[in-house]
Design a protein around this ligand. Structure first.
Ligand code: IPD
Ligand code: CA
Ligand code: CA
Length: 262
């Protein structure tokens, strides 16, 4: 047990419950007439009422059950307490897909204990796919254990990537990596939810995924799920102005992808 009532199993159950409620909020607005998108950094970075409603549901759930816990959430930032337990939340990952009526979007909830990934939950409500992991206990999709693929060569691999929101103004926008890597792969996809990309590597639906300029809330749950499913996860660039540059892949192709990324 970490603190009274907060063993990883009860934290996992609480996170899954909150993810389902957040997903219900997504679905109340999905494809609804008159759904507005609001620009944040620019027109490629958007938020909707569903992001905000889902965030309120998750934060009030944490506040009522675990009032001392630290929370980092995309739309409302960070709360400060001295807790050893931190919740990292993306209330709606894939808002561009969501706002277009495309079904690939999710809610991502991670729990860190003493700075280490302990619990990860990613739920895609339209697809009804619940991915979860507890450190050391494997990864699951709707209750069934999942594992990454066993591919060993790029020519048989299908990977996904994504592009930074300032792709229009910053030439360091991943197009050079795409030009180098895409011809070597069986296929390249841009699915539009980083959390689901990582879970799809975990389940072997993708063999690899990389992206630059990500935030903790995009990757915290998915990287634990990927690692618990046997995938390799790491940073392909470090310490520059491009935020988290994440690479997840089945171990047989991780090095080949890492060597091609700049
Ligand atoms: C975005 C999605 C997208 C990725 C972006 C993220 P949001 O998150 O994960 O796939 O390409 O980098 O910012 O804004 O929809 O939560
Ligand atoms: Ca996100
Ligand atoms: Ca988001």
């Amino acid at each position: 047990m970490t603190e009274e009532g907060t063993g990883t199993e009860s934290l996992l159950q609480a996170a899954m419950e909150m993810a389902r409620k957040a997903g219900e909020a997504h679905m109340r607005h999905f494809r609804s007439a008159g759904l507005q998108t609001e620009a944040k950094f620019n027109e490629s970075d958007v938020v909707t009422v569903a992001d905000k409603e889902a965030e309120r549901i998750i934060i009030s759930g944490i506040r009522s059950r675990f009032p001392a816990h630290f929370i980092l959430s995309e739309e409302s930032g960070a709360s400060h307490t001295g807790s050893r337990i931190r919740w990292i939340i993306d209330p709606l990952d894939g808002t561009t897909n969501f706002s277009q009526g495309l079904p690939l979007f999710s809610v991502s909830i991670a729990i860190e204990i003493d700075g280490e990934d302990a619990v990860g939950v990613v739920y895609a409500p339209r697809l009804d796919e619940m991915f979860c992991a507890v450190k050391g206990s494997g990864a699951f999709l709707n209750g069934e254990r999942i594992s990454c693929s066993s591919k060993t060569t790029l020519d048989k691999a299908v990977a996904a990537t994504g592009f930074p929101v300032d792709k229009d103004s910053n030439p360091d926008n991943n197009l050079d990596n795409v030009a180098r890597i895409m011809p070597r792969l069986r296929g390249l996809r841009r699915l539009g939810s980083a959390a689901l990309d990582l879970c799809y590597v975990a389940a072997g639906f993708l063999d690899g995924y990389w992206e630059m300029n990500l935030h903790e809330w995009d990757v915290a749950a998915g990287r634990l799920i990927a690692r618990e499913a046997g995938a390799a996860y790491g940073l392909w660039r470090n310490g520059d102005d491009r935020g988290i540059c994440a690479l997840a892949a089945t171990p047989g192709i991780y090095r080949s992808l890492a060597d091609l990324l700049e």
